[in-house]
Design a protein around this ligand. Structure first.
Ligand SMILES: Cc1cc2nc3c(=O)[nH]c(=O)nc-3n(C[C@H](O)[C@H](O)[C@H](O)COP(=O)(O)OP(=O)(O)OC[C@H]3O[C@@H](n4cnc5c(N)ncnc54)[C@H](O)[C@@H]3O)c2cc1C
Length: 412
């Protein structure tokens, strides 16, 4: 059996096949080391899964989540936790059910997986970049750049998506899938930052805002986020709140311009803010408005905010008019920017789109078009919000692909 791609999906497929005693399991990886993308996950801490119940887990994948129900019934978050903990790596659960290794280090996950491959005697071939594949009636041939081709009865394609291509997942699997007759659902960046028209963002790049709520709107369409954290970047906005709704915002952008408004004071209603200003501004006397705002907003944002509210930061607090007070309230509850576009696919944390699930057997991960070829992981049309869901899907689909390919060989 040959598995292309040494990321979480390919590694888990190889381990499961080896566990089922497939005589030869070859795992090929273009990089000099395994699982480079996994090393970057969770800001280097690896948010490896989530403790959400299975129904909620599937919902995170949108309408394609139903495909995962059967997969998760075979290998889910509890099984993944047992897999790591049985091998000595303890996991811990943090806010929003996010599960991390207790080491707080993705490299502990990667090294556990690597040593497990060694223990299970998987033939790992690093620096083996697959250039093309050829399907013949009774075998699949895998061609490398600069190495002898190998032929196999069962081929598992686990080469990931197109995002963060520096990690090795450069979209090769989509070309092969098309070549053998599969439909590839159009690709787009998921969990991706957004560019804004306004350039003030450059002046506040790196500034994170906690406890804010974002509303994206276009005509009658609105996408409201929960309360959370966002980040200004040199081109626009990012951070957990932005990344999680980015795919939906991309859909809106297809239909025209999108506005984002940031509620900078979610804990106070407009009335409460107005009352606060009525009480506090006269009492602040001849203090400059810019100084008064230091208790309300991060320093770097104050001038930009007051410009948006059209109130002079040099103006004395007791001179603020009722109209200006209203502008301050409105701008605090809806600090606006225009969204220009998403950053490119290469900058998305996941790839939306991919090999159409209609052509994959959800019980086995086997192609319905070419028997003996299996797909797993992000190469499939599966992408979820952040929180550990994507890695679990990679591990779970990999497990099922490895198991099914192994059992089909046994049944011959
Ligand atoms: C910055 C970042 C942070 C993330 N954080 C999280 C997180 O905390 N939690 C979470 O759930 N998800 C996270 N994700 C998403 C998650 O990493 C991916 O969904 C997951 O790695 C997909 O696994 P995979 O095995 O399908 O593909 P990949 O991990 O992309 O692995 C595919 C492998 O195939 C190899 N390959 C590709 N083409 C070839 C070829 N032609 N020949 C040989 N080998 C090839 C690649 O080199 C690569 O090693 C994050 C992603 C990014 C970019």
């Amino acid at each position: 059996m040959v598995i292309i791609g040494g990321g979480p999906a390919g590694i888990m497929a190889a381990l499961r096949a080896a566990e089922l005693q497939v005589p030869s399991v070859v795992l090929v990886e273009r990089n000099a080391s395994l699982a480079r993308k996994l090393g970057l996950t969770g800001k280097g801490r690896c948010n490896v899964t989530n403790d959400a119940p299975v129904e909620e887990f599937c919902l995170r994948f949108g309408k394609n989540g139903v495909f995962l129900r059967g997969v998760f019934s075979r290998f889910f978050s509890g099984d993944l936790a047992v897999f790591f903990e049985d091998r000595g790596l303890k996991l811990k659960t943090e806010r929003q059910g996010r599960v991390f290794p207790e080491t707080d280090s993705s490299s502990s996950i990667v090294s556990l997986l690597s040593s497990e491959l060694k223990k299970m005697k998987v033939d790992v071939r690093l620096r083996h970049c697959v250039g093309k594949i050829k399907i013949e009636p009774d075998r699949k041939i895998v061609f490398f750049e600069g190495a002898e081709p190998i032929a196999t009865e069962r081929l598992i394609i686990a080469v990931g998506g197109s995002s963060f291509p520096v990690t090795g997942s450069a979209g090769d699997g989509f070309a092969w899938a098309r070549q053998i007759g599969h439909t590839v659902v159009p690709l787009r960046a998921g969990l991706v930052p957004l560019e804004t028209k306004e350039t003030f963002v450059k002046d506040v790049q790196g500034l994170a805002l906690k406890n804010v709520r974002l509303t994206f709107s276009q005509g009658r369409h609105r996408i409201e986020t929960p309360i959370g954290e966002m980040l200004f970047t040199h081109f626009g906005i990012s951070g957990p709140l932005v990344l999680d709704v980015s795919a939906a915002v991309a859909d809106l952008l297809d239909q025209g311009g999108v506005q984002v408004s940031i509620d900078l004071k979610v804990g106070l209603s407009s009335q409460e803010l107005d009352k606060k200003f009525q009480d506090e501004l006269p009492a602040a006397g001849s203090a400059k408005l810019g100084n008064y705002f230091k208790s309300l907003l991060p320093g770097r944002l104050i001038d930009i905010f007051l410009r948006a509210a059209q109130v002079d930061p040099e103006k004395k607090c007791h001179q603020i008019t009722a109209m200006e007070r209203r502008h301050l309230v409105v701008t605090l509850k809806a600090f606006r920017a225009a969204v220009k576009r998403t950053r490119p696919l290469s900058e998305g944390m996941v790839t939306c789109g991919g090999v159409s699930l209609k052509e994959i057997n959800p019980k086995t991960m086997e192609s319905r078009i070419v028997p003996g070829v299996y797909f797993c992981g992000e190469v499939l049309d599966l992408a979820a919000s952040s929180g550990g869901y994507n890695l679990q899907a990679a591990f779970s689909t990999g497990y099922v692909a490895g198991e099914s390919a192994a059992l089909s060989l046994e049944a011959k």
